[in-house]
Each structure stands twice: as structure tokens, then as C-alpha cells.
Design a protein around this ligand. Structure first.
Ligand code: G3H
Ligand code: 13P
Ligand code: ZN
Length: 333
């Protein structure tokens, strides 16, 4: 058993309370390897932003849970070394069942998501409560994120439909029965690089413009649960520059479309306290690696392409913290 406090991590409680008060969102960036972790920490130290390091089930399979735990410890020490002890959360992203959530809690995670969104309402309540009871009874309180409503992408191969938006009339019952600390809701975001079908978008100058997020649903949730931390998944903006760069250097990623950043900024000023970004990081790294492979075909030292990919990632995260999350400068609120 490892407590997250031994690793120098914090849970999301204080972070979300401050984000709610300050009208910004905490960036939740996924990581699977050293370069991604370094880019996140460098960006958040330089912008003085609190941060949530997210690990999916896929990341645990890829990188090994012991390595990830020690990378999180390393992240804390790295931030210190870089000159700012920013608050860092280690969070399980889309926990699939009680066993995986428990394993993370027992292994130094300070926060877990239990994703019961594919279950019936009653089953979701039951599973979420089971995880909350375990997480909250630890010596050091582990925070739990739950989900109501269904997003597109990993959770469903159909792009977001109105019928799957979170129902504001369910949120009070759900949060009070489960005791969850934050709630991911569905308002039109979805996972991956194709968040809407071309038919759902307008084509302007060769660029797909998506329909707006359902801010009325978010407002409905906020009315039902004043001051309760809300989470947005599937919030990559899928920058056109990266998509173009990837395609210029031989990639094929048609119909890519993300969530416009002005909408994310608007959400960050509301009860949305956590905004999840993974796909944009994948695009940034892939664009850099493809460019180098094309421009310098003699390169075969991984440091010569992973290093620039890491730099691109850092640049992107810094910009997001400043312009989208609004979290820059809030590490020591
Ligand atoms: O929401 C999903 C995240 O982007 C993680 O993706 O399961 O491929 O690691 P992954
Ligand atoms: P994106 O695919 O939009 O980056 O979403 C990531 C996410 O929600 C991780 O849980
Ligand atoms: Zn997600």
C-alpha cells in the first residue's frame, strides 16, 4: 500500500475549490511515457499551473503501474528541481471497474475516475458508490470522479447525440447517492480526433466548423448542483495546424475536428473545474516526428525525434494553460 502523500501528490479537493472560485479549469493531461510527463511538468512549472496527470487503463498496460507510480513521484521531484512545487494529482482516467480503481488507490493514485456511464443508471450508482466508499475511507482521502451521460469516441462509436447528454434532473440524486467528488458530464464533447461527423459541421474555407456545445445542459447541471465540480472529457481542440502538418508529411487523418477553444474557455469559467486533453498531445507529437522523419531521413536516434516532439508538446500545453484553461499563475492560490 502506498499513500499518494508519500509520493508528494495531492487529491483534487482543494484544487477544484480554488478553480471554482477563480473561474478557471485544471488541465488534465494524459501521459504514457517519460517525454509526455516531462512536457506536462515543464509546461505547468513554467506557467505556474496546478495539474492533473492522467493515466488510462491503456497507459497502465503500456507503461506498467509500478513505473507510472515512480514516474509520478519523479514528476513531483522534477517540478521541485525546475523551481516550483506546483500541486500535482495522479488520476486514473476512465477506471473500468472496482478492481482497477482499488489497485490504483492502493498504489499511490490521489484521484480515480470510475466510468459507469455505459451501465444502467442504477448500476452506475452502485459501482460509483462502491469506489467512493473505498476511496474515501483511506487514511489519505482519495477523490473520485464519476460520469453521467454518454460521450462519443471510446465510450460509443456514435458521435454525441442529444439523447445521450447528461440529464440535469438526475445529477442531484446521483451525486448524493454515490458521494462522488466531481462529475463528468456529456454536453457534446467526445473522445478522439473526429468529434463530429462532417454532416454535423459547416465547411468554411476547407475547415470543418462544428456545432456548439450544449451550454444549456451545463447550466441546467449547475443550477441543480451549485458549486459542484464538473469535468469535461473529450476536450481536445484538434488544432488545424497539427492536422495539416501531419497530412503534409504523409499522414492520413481525414475529417478531424475538435472543440473550438473559445467554447472550452467559456466552460472553464463555469463550474467546469477539470478539462481533459489527450488527442491534442498525440497530434502535436506526431506532427513533430513526421516532420523530422521527412526532413531528416538520416535520423535514427530516438532522442532526435522524441526531443523535438516533447518540445512541441510543452509549447502546446503552455498555450493551453494560458489561453484555454486559464490555470496559468494559479498553482499557489
Ligand atoms: O479517454 C481516453 C484517453 O484519451 C485515453 O486513451 O485509452 O488510448 O490511453 P487510451
Ligand atoms: P480527447 O480525446 O478529446 O483528448 O479527450 C481525452 C479524454 O477525455 C481523456 O479522458
Ligand atoms: Zn475521457
Amino acid at each position: 500500500m502506498f499513500s499518494y502523500k508519500e509520493l508528494g501528490l495531492v487529491n483534487t479537493k482543494d484544487m477544484f475549490a480554488k478553480a471554482m472560485k477563480g473561474g478557471y479549469a485544471i488541465p488534465a493531461y494524459n501521459f504514457n511515457n517519460m517525454e509526455q510527463m516531462q512536457a506536462i511538468i515543464q509546461a505547468c512549472v513554467e506557467t505556474k499551473s496546478p495539474v492533473i496527470l492522467q493515466v488510462s487503463k491503456g497507459a497502465r498496460n503500456y507503461a506498467d503501474k509500478f513505473i507510472l507510480r515512480n514516474m509520478a513521484r519523479g514528476a513531483v521531484e522534477y517540478a521541485h528541481e525546475l523551481g516550483a512545487d506546483i500541486p500535482i494529482v495522479l488520476h486514473l482516467d476512465h477506471g473500468p471497474n472496482f478492481e482497477v480503481a482499488k489497485d490504483c488507490i492502493d498504489n499511490g493514485f490521489s484521484s480515480v475516475m470510475i466510468d459507469g456511464s455505459a451501465l444502467s443508471y442504477e448500476e452506475n450508482v452502485k459501482l460509483t458508490k462502491q469506489v467512493c466508499d473505498y476511496a474515501h475511507s483511506q487514511k489519505d482521502y482519495v477523490t473520485v470522479e464519476a460520469e453521467l451521460g454518454v460521450l462519443g469516441g471510446v465510450e460509443d462509436d456514435v458521435a454525441a447525440e442529444e439523447s445521450k447528454y447528461t440529464k440535469p434532473e438526475e445529477v442531484v440524486d446521483f451525486t448524493s447517492k454515490t458521494g462522488c467528488d466531481s462529475l463528468a458530464i456529456s454536453i457534446g464533447t467526445s473522445h478522439g480526433r473526429c468529434k463530429f461527423t462532417p454532416e454535423q459541421c459547416k465547411l468554411v474555407d476547407g475547415v470543418l466548423i462544428p456545432p456548439p456545445l450544449a451550454f444549456d445542459v451545463l447550466e441546467g447541471v449547475e443550477k441543480q448542483l451549485p458549486g459542484f465540480p464538473i469535468v469535461l472529457h473529450g476536450a481536445s481542440s484538434v488544432p488545424v495546424e497539427y492536422v495539416k502538418e501531419i497530412e503534409k508529411y504523409g499522414g492520413k487523418i481525414p475529417n478531424s475536428v475538435g472543440i473550438p477553444e473559445d467554447q472550452l474557455r467559456k466552460a472553464a469559467k463555469s463550474a467546469v473545474c477539470k478539462i481533459n486533453v489527450d488527442s491534442d498531445g498525440r497530434l502535436a507529437m506526431t506532427a513533430a516526428v513526421r516532420r523530422i522523419f521527412t526532413e531528416q531521413p538520416d535520423v535514427f536516434d530516438p532522442r532526435l525525434y522524441l526531443g523535438p516532439a516533447r518540445d512541441e508538446l510543452k509549447k502546446m500545453y503552455m498555450r493551453k494553460n494560458i489561453e484555454v484553461m486559464g490555470s496559468a499563475g494559479h498553482a499557489f492560490d
